[in-house]
Design a protein. Structure first.
Length: 94
């Protein structure tokens, strides 16, 4: 998980030509589910720095209800709402 201490945008530039996509979603899930506040905070940093949050929407809503600190809960809630506001690409309904 220490890679989460780096900015996502920096890591993305380094791994853009990787032969296989890195398991970032699994790493973010693990960090968001970790107790305490440090790793969930780092995962939220990545999401705020541009990692796509779509697949993590349900987990973000869970963290928004149960996160270790008020700051984590508010950040998760804001990210979850942003994901929910995006139009569904499979329909014409926004």
């Amino acid at each position: 998980m220490p890679i989460l201490e780096q900015r996502y945008s920096d890591i993305e530039r380094l791994t853009v030509k990787a032969p296989a996509p890195p398991p970032w979603e699994r790493l973010l899930r693990l960090a968001l589910e970790a107790g305490g506040g440090y790793w969930p905070d780092r995962a939220l940093d990545w999401l705020e720095d541009g990692y796509p949050a779509d697949a993590l929407a349900d987990l973000l809503e869970h963290v928004a209800r149960t996160g270790a600190t008020q700051r984590i809960r508010h950040r998760a809630r804001r990210l979850a709402k942003g994901v929910r506001r995006q139009p569904n690409p499979h329909t014409n309904i926004p």
